[in-house]
Design a protein around this ligand. Structure first.
Ligand code: BT5
Length: 269
């Protein structure tokens, strides 16, 4: 039986104080991140949540496409107006990935055959080594001040492997791994609750604790990787993440490189 996934059901399932004080749910949008950004520019207070059943222009980072067939995934954006220093903008990505990771980890404990989820630096949540969720945070600044961040995330909830098309090798869904339909309302309400508690930790200055939990969940550390940095591809061993979220790689050719943004692939060489 399909469970209800609409504005009223989500509003009643929410246990948050700030995130979701206003919820909009749309059958079809371009990108939920765009709608939240427009509202933010018009002065919308933080906490707005916009959800769509389908996106026709869903985005990943660096202009990549986020693919999700209609009616089966979680596609959501949240407006936040952090009071911490703009130099910590990356912590919103950390918090969102961690919120999703926490919820999927709890769900996966009911399935002893599955390994626990992991986070692939910086923003992918993986289940059984495949991407089940991605995070896209977009921030705007006013001078030195942090005006707002749109925290967007997609979670593959009820997707059959054949619906993943070309992504089949690298992506998965919760329903494929758990072998049952996922209640998207409860899933999203739980993620928003975790996101709020991590956001409150950040606002309260507990950046170190949030960073430490994220770092522990990263599967990337200790592995041999190739990462497409802005300056080209580099290969080496992922050593650690710095406090600003940068990935530190010991290069095969010697020396260390701090990677600020890039795509990691595991390398056997
Ligand atoms: C992300 O980008 O992973 C961020 C995805 C954020 C999507 C949400 S949905 C709500 C909100 N509104 C938006 O418009 N976006 C946000 P990135 O790390 O760049 O990963 C993108 C790559 O992931 C693509 O190039 C594909 O290889 C892969 N991909 C695309 N769709 C996928 C899916 N459904 N599941 C797994 N992988 C996917």
């Amino acid at each position: 039986m399909s469970t209800l996934y609409n504005q009223q059901a989500l509003t009643s399932a929410l246990t948050t104080a700030l995130i979701g004080h206003r919820v909009e749910m749309h059958p079809q949008v371009g990108s939920t991140n765009d709608l939240v950004r427009e509202a933010a520019r018009l002065g919308e207070p933080e906490g707005l949540v916009i959800v769509a059943d389908e996106q026709v222009a869903g985005r990943g980072r660096l202009g990549r496409v986020w693919t999700a067939p209609p009616g089966c995934c979680v596609l959501c954006s949240v407006l936040l107006r952090p009071r911490i220093s703009p130099q910590h903008a990356f912590y919103l990505t950390i918090a969102a990935a961690l919120a999703i990771y926490r919820v999927i980890k709890v769900l996966s404990t009911q399935h002893s055959a599955l390994s626990t989820p992991t986070i692939k630096w910086p923003n992918d949540v993986l289940l059984e080594g495949r991407k089940v969720s991605g995070v896209l945070c977009e921030s705007e600044f006013a001078g030195r001040d942090w005006a707002f961040t749109v925290v967007g995330f997609g979670i593959n909830a009820n997707l059959r492997p054949d619906e993943l098309g070309d992504l089949r090798e690298t992506a998965t869904s919760l329903s494929s791994e758990f072998g049952r339909e996922i209640d998207r309302t409860r899933l999203l309400a739980s993620v928003l609750s975790e996101l709020e508690s991590l956001y409150f930790m950040l606002q309260g200055g507990q950046l170190g604790a949030v960073h430490a939990e994220w770092a522990r969940a990263l599967e990337t550390i200790g592995k041999r990787i190739t990462v497409n940095d802005f300056g080209g591809a580099v290969t080496g061993k992922a050593l650690r993440v710095d406090p600003d979220g940068a990935l530190v790689v010991r290069l095969d050719g010697g020396g260390e490189r701090r990677i600020i943004a890039g795509d990691v692939a595991f390398s056997d060489r």
